[in-house]
Each structure stands twice: as C-alpha cells, then as structure tokens.
Ligand binder design. Sequence first.
Ligand code: NAD
Length: 246
Amino acid sequence: MIRAVVIVMHDKIAELKELISKSRRIVFFTGAGLSTESAIPDFRGSAGLNKEKTPYPLEVMLSHSFFVQHPDEFYAFYHQHMLYPQAQPNAAHLKIAELERQGQVLAVITQNIDDLHTKAGSKRVYELHGNVNRNYCVRCHHFYDLAAIVKQPGIPYCSCGGIIKPDVVLYEEALDEKTLLAAVQAIRSADCLIVVGSSLSVYPASGLLRYFQGKHLVIINRDPTDYDQFAEIVLHESAGFVLTQV
Ligand code: NAD
C-alpha cells in the first residue's frame, strides 16, 4: 500500500517536471505554507498559529480595528508571531526564482508578507497582503524598514510622535488595487498556474484563481484544499520536497 502511494507520487512529480519544462508562462500563487520550511509558521497547517492559545482569534488580533483600538496588544502579538527577521528563503523559494531567471515564470503572486521571494531573487512579485519590511508613520507617512520596527519593542513610534503601521493588509482592509490588477493580469495570461502552500481559504486572494484561463492548474499543499478538484496535478507534499525535484 505504502509502495503504491510512493509510486503515484513519483508519477505525479514526473508529470509536473514535464509540465514545467514545457511551460513558458508559469504563475506561482503562494501562501504561508511555502515559508514553513524557513521556520515561519503558517496559520492553518498542522503546526499553524491557529493552534496557539491567543487572547482573541487571529482574524481579530490582525484586524484594522484591533490595531487602532489596542495597538499595544496588536504589537505584542505582531512582534511575537509575525516577525522573523532572521528567516531565509528555502529551497522552494530558490527554485521559483531560478525558474524565473530561466524565463519560464511570468509572475509570483504571494499572500506572504515575509519578503522571502524577493530575498530569493524573484523579480516580478505581487504581494497581495503587503510586506513586513515596509512600515509607515500614520501621521507623517515617513517610511521605516523592518530593522526599525524590530529594535523598538512594543508600539513603534515615529520621530513626529505618530504610530508606525506595518504596510501589510490587515483583516477589514482592502487589497492594493494596482497589485490586485497586476495579479489578475498575470493569472489571465498564464499557461500554467502553480499554487504552493496555501489553504486557499483567505478571500479575496484565493478568488483570483477564477481568472485562470490556462490548461494546467497544479496544487502543491500538504493538506487538501477546496480547489483540488479543479487541478490537473495535486500533491499533498512539502513544497521543498516537490520543487527541488522538478
Ligand atoms: P494557511 O495558513 O491558511 O495555509 C497554509 C497551508 O500550507 C496549509 O494548508 C498547510 O497544509 C500547507 N503547508 C504548510 N507547510 C507546507 C509545506 N512545507 N509545503 C506545502 N504545504 C504546506 O496560509 P494561507 O493560505 O497563505 O493564508 C494565510 C494568511 O496568513 C495569508 O493571508 C498570509 O498573508 C498570512 N500569513 C503569512 C505568513 C508569511 O508571510 N510567511 C505566515 C502566516 C500567515
């Protein structure tokens, strides 16, 4: 039985290898699961943040109104659970960047805020939910990088006295329109869409999949997703394991 499962997996990886080798307009759509192998926890995986005991649900603690009303609790949570300044790209990030250098990748669309695609060398990255490396003062709009946030425990303040806010999309906030349009455009033009490490349960990001008009949808995710039924290849495996073999 175990042998049969391994053979099926090898067949699927071989199929994916073949598909990637002949695709010239690949779009990667990535989520928090891509970065668990860089030791950044996801939300809904087996060791996800939603298994942690938090005073309020994640959707509340990471909401715009919570940031405004309880900035101290917001930042205590944010510092402890969302910032990983030492994290480095893993084999999967590096493989995606390598495929882009080879001219096969149109774009990377990511829900991640950890900056690891850019650190890995990917150039056309659409960050749907922003990036922890960008932060701005809500009063004077002066920009700060991640180092400036990390070195101020608690609520980070600007020299003008305003609170600094991470340039990440909190629950209740809208996605940046330009980024969203660019992502839709990329998905529409793709011949192959590869989802990696996303439960595809966060909207509106996962709704972007419906713009895909190409032939080949691939899902590489440890747990099943609602979109598995529409995919040509589904691999419930680790991203690093799969992508280092293609
Ligand atoms: P999610 O937590 O909802 O789902 C992650 C999925 O990845 C799970 O289904 C899990 O089975 C799978 N997974 C975990 N490790 C994997 C691995 N090594 N290989 C393959 N699959 C793996 O994540 P989501 O769909 O991205 O939605 C979560 C939201 O939280 C996003 O909006 C994102 O912005 C944010 N978030 C980002 C980070 C980050 O930037 N690294 C981390 C946590 C949460």
